[in-house]
Design a protein around this ligand. Structure first.
Ligand SMILES: O=C(O)CCC(=O)C(=O)O
Ligand SMILES: [Fe+2]
Length: 351
């Protein structure tokens, strides 16, 4: 397979190159757009204790209703007591930093090939002159195990693959619990979302690296998007903020989270399955002038052959069905993303 010729953002920065035009968003002085680094209010992301969600105690019911209210307003929660040890999260975090600190030639051993989303590289060059995102990434399919392309799994730093395998298996347990908890919170049969999600659901882990950027006012880390997954598990940077969410037409910044936190944001396919009761939040990442930033996002993608549609129990005369049935949403997602459009709009039923 052919390896595309690309230069990562990190390589451009190291070479001291001038900032290429293709990273620059519309000028802040065009009278319409605000500088991207305009200070924003901080959002209060509800913290959910996963170990409490299945308890029939008063505290358990309260936690479930907190989950319900957070997912129907923001579509994002931070999860504690999630069953993944602090030691394992530390390892994933440190190995990610170590990978991006490797020499260029070492990282290029895992370079993305044309037509493949897996591997190491920069932003995929969009079709129609869209502005590029200021990040490098390593993307790996981690589940089902027979879909792994191990040639892209780094052999250095030592322990990367073993740790990623262990993290994946623990994430699966957590994902199952979250789908069940959401079904319970919506008073549906517990396995209702898991059935649509399917046995052959995919997990893609994206290790993101955002080098310091000379123009944080005009360059974006990741442009505004909703995730195409059912849900996304995010391990955020422990020191540097950057993630922002849109609510009621306004941007809010997420805080720096405590080290043991896993942030969950819902993706478009969960918004569809919940008939719009739960939100797939529009979010973006801004750049930082001085510091680099990492994040590890795991996208949980339903089996591409499965029909994804609003759960029967959530459709009524009072709440008509809002979304069509979709299959292989990922394919649609790539097409729309590269046109700078929100894919979920393709699934709306227009009345
Ligand atoms: O870096 C982050 O905090 C968020 C990353 C993200 O939104 C994504 O990879 O889809
Ligand atoms: Fe995202």
């Amino acid at each position: 397979m052919e390896k595309p010729k690309f230069k990562t953002v990190q390589e451009m920065v190291a070479a001291g190159e001038e900032l290429p035009e293709k990273y620059l968003h519309a000028s802040a002085d065009d009278g319409k757009s605000q500088p991207l680094n305009t200070p924003l209010p901080e959002m209060d992301i509800p913290a959910i204790d996963l170990s409490l969600l299945f308890s029939s105690s008063e505290d358990g019911r309260e936690e479930l209703s907190k989950l319900h209210s957070a997912l129907s307003t923001w579509g994002v929660v931070q999860v504690m007591n999630h069953g993944i040890s602090e030691a394992l999260l530390d390892k994933v975090y440190k190995l990610t930093k170590q990978f991006f600190a490797l020499p260029t030639e070492e990282k290029h051993k895992y370079a993305r090939e044309t037509g493949n989303i897996q591997g190491y590289g920069n932003d995929v060059i969009p079709a129609n002159d869209q502005v590029l995102d200021w990040l490098d990434r390593l993307v790996l399919t981690t589940y089902p195990e027979d879909k792994r392309q191990l040639k892209f799994w780094p052999q250095v730093p030592t322990g990367f693959s073993e740790t990623l395998h262990e993290y994946t298996m623990k994430q699966r347990v957590m994902i199952e619990k979250l789908f069940k908890a959401m079904a319970r919170a919506l008073e549906l049969e517990e396995n209702c979302f898991l059935k649509m999600y399917g046995e052959n659901a995919f997990m893609n882990t994206r290790f993101n690296f955002f080098p310091p950027c000379p123009r944080p006012d005009k360059v974006i880390g990741i442009k505004p998007h909703g995730d195409g997954s059912a849900m996304t598990l995010l391990l955020p940077d422990r020191d540097v903020e950057g993630l922002q969410f849109l609510k009621d037409g306004k941007w809010y910044k997420a805080p720096v989270f405590p080290p043991n936190t896993i942030v969950i944001n819902l993706g478009d396919q969960m918004e569809i399955m919940s008939n719009g009761i739960y939100k797939s939040p529009f979010h973006r990442v801004v750049t930082n002038g001085e510091k680099d930033r990492i994040s590890v996002a795991t996208f949980c993608v339903p089996d591409r052959d499965n029909e994804i549609k609003p759960a029967d129990g959530l459709v009524s005369e009072a709440r008509p069905r809002l979304y069509k049935t979709v299959t292989n949403y990922g394919e649609l997602y790539h097409k729309y993303y590269h046109q700078g459009r929100r894919t979920i709009e393709a699934a709306f039923i227009s009345n």
